[in-house]
Design a protein around this ligand. Structure first.
Ligand SMILES: Cc1cc2nc3c(=O)[nH]c(=O)nc-3n(C[C@H](O)[C@H](O)[C@H](O)COP(=O)(O)OP(=O)(O)OC[C@H]3O[C@@H](n4cnc5c(N)ncnc54)[C@H](O)[C@@H]3O)c2cc1C
Length: 409
């Protein structure tokens, strides 16, 4: 399997690296003040990162998923907080439109998001429906040319300032559909969720749909097929979290090496102590084992993407061909789903473990939020919960192997 990048992609990744270094101090300041880092959108917008894997036709850079994953890995070094902004805007934002929207919807929404004028978010989770999205209670009904939505979503990343979100609601027949929602729609309210224990430069919102009116043309994908849209978005979301986790681990390792080579206790540097070396060795194994899982999952996701794009070119009824009866699609989708779940499960556990070990290497020096390591530790707790809690991913991985009748979630 080839994980090489072209010279052009390398130049882009160098730009990502440069912007990451440029905004580093602002990110620290924003984190401590618990606010959005207002340099992120203009600086990353300037190099095209806000539309990295989105087709050039809609103002993106049109990069493949592996290049996008490499960019997220680099961004992850600056923290899960920063990386989460991109995951919400791109992986479970724009990519949903790129994959599922019709041409008119893509032309209407994507260009404004790739240039950063409009930020995206994903509203699936509800107070009574987290790991089990099929139990959502947000409802929609048809009224003339519109749909009317009622219900609540919570934890929506970027939700306080996103201009466009995708959301998911149940129709009178109990089937879930996906919708594109302009956040200035009548009956749409967003409120910041406060007192988080980490991810402090990301803003999460509770969203209320109070007879929220959405034009019928904003139905996303087939009516009643909303869970397929949401679940496919979660493949991209998991991949993005897993990619960012590698960056987190690299940063924890590098900082731990620097600190342990400098700090002396009991007559020699910490780096000479075998128990400290055990922490470093585990971090290295965590990085290397995660890396290949993530890159392999990215390649599998790209194959699925290429297949669906080829269907779109060949058949205007492509939406109706994305089902279990289509064996080629089904196989590619299951493989992408499985590998993204494995990568996310492994890399997020490894990132939290690495951050925890790095705190130990730093001792009290990592016990204040001014420390990068402290922030990695706090932020890496969330990644074990969101984009599919890790317990549920274990069940998914097992049941994909065992077969449908063993599905236990
Ligand atoms: C910081 C943050 C950002 C988020 N961003 C978004 C966002 O942008 N958009 C969005 O829609 N949602 C978002 N979420 C919500 C997130 O996806 C959910 O928190 C997640 O799906 C878990 O749901 P829950 O919190 O309701 O936990 P629950 O579903 O109540 O689960 C609680 C625990 O039970 C376990 N569990 C559940 N079912 C089973 C089972 N069958 N067997 C064994 N164990 C089980 C879970 O693994 C978990 O450990 C975010 C959450 C956080 C914390």
């Amino acid at each position: 399997m080839n994980f090489e990048v072209t010279e052009e992609q390398k130049n882009f990744l160098d730009k990502v690296d440069r912007v990451c270094k440029l905004i580093r101090d602002y990110e620290t300041k924003a984190y401590l003040e618990e606010r959005i880092n207002d340099r992120v959108i203009p600086e990353f917008g300037e190099i095209g990162m806000l539309g990295c894997p989105i087709s050039k036709k809609y103002g993106g850079l049109g990069y493949d998923i592996l290049t996008y994953v490499f960019a997220l890995e680099r961004i992850g070094r600056e923290g899960n907080s920063l990386r989460t902004f991109f995951s919400a805007h791109i992986s479970i934002g724009q990519m949903i439109l790129q994959n599922w929207a019709n041409e008119e919807q893509k032309r209407q929404y994507l260009p404004e998001t790739t240039n950063g004028k409009s930020i995206m978010a994903f509203g699936l989770t509800e107070p009574d429906a987290g790991s089990d999205p099929s139990s959502i209670v947000t409802k929609f009904e048809e009224k003339g040319d519109n749909y009317v939505l009622n219900g609540k979503k919570h934890w929506v990343g970027n939700g306080t300032f996103a201009k466009v979100i995708t959301t998911y609601a149940k129709g009178p027949d109990g089937k879930i559909s996906a919708f594109i929602v302009d956040t200035n729609s009548k009956g749409y309210h967003a409120e910041e969720m406060k007192n988080k224990i980490g991810l402090l430069t990301v803003k999460n919102a509770e969203i209320t749909f109070d007879n929220c009116i959405i034009p019928k043309k904003n139905l996303l994908g087939k009516k009643g097929n909303g869970l397929s849209v949401a679940y496919s978005a979660l493949i991209d979301g998991r991949l993005s979290v897993a990619a960012g986790s590698i960056g987190v681990m690299k940063d924890c390792l590098e900082e731990s090496i620097k600190h342990s080579q400098k700090r002396e206790q009991h007559g020699s540097t910490l780096a000479k102590k075998q128990l400290i070396q055990e922490h470093l060795a585990t971090m290295i194994v965590n990085i290397e084992s995660s890396r290949w899982l993530v890159y392999r999952a990215a390649v599998a996701r790209q194959k699925l993407h290429d297949y669906v794009e080829s269907l779109k070119e060949k058949d205007e009824n492509w939406l109706f061909l994305l089902n279990r009866e289509n064996k080629e699609y089904s196989n590619l989708r299951n493989r992408a789903d499985r590998l993204a779940a494995i990568a996310k499960l492994h890399a997020t556990n490894a990132a939290f473990d690495s951050a925890n070990r790095a705190v130990q290497v730093f001792g009290s020096f990592a016990y204040q939020k001014t420390s990068r390591i402290a922030r990695h530790f706090l932020d890496s707790r969330a990644i074990i919960i969101y984009e599919g809690a890790n317990e549920v991913l274990k069940l998914k991985i097992a049941s994909l192997e065992l077969g449908d009748k063993y599905q236990s979630y």
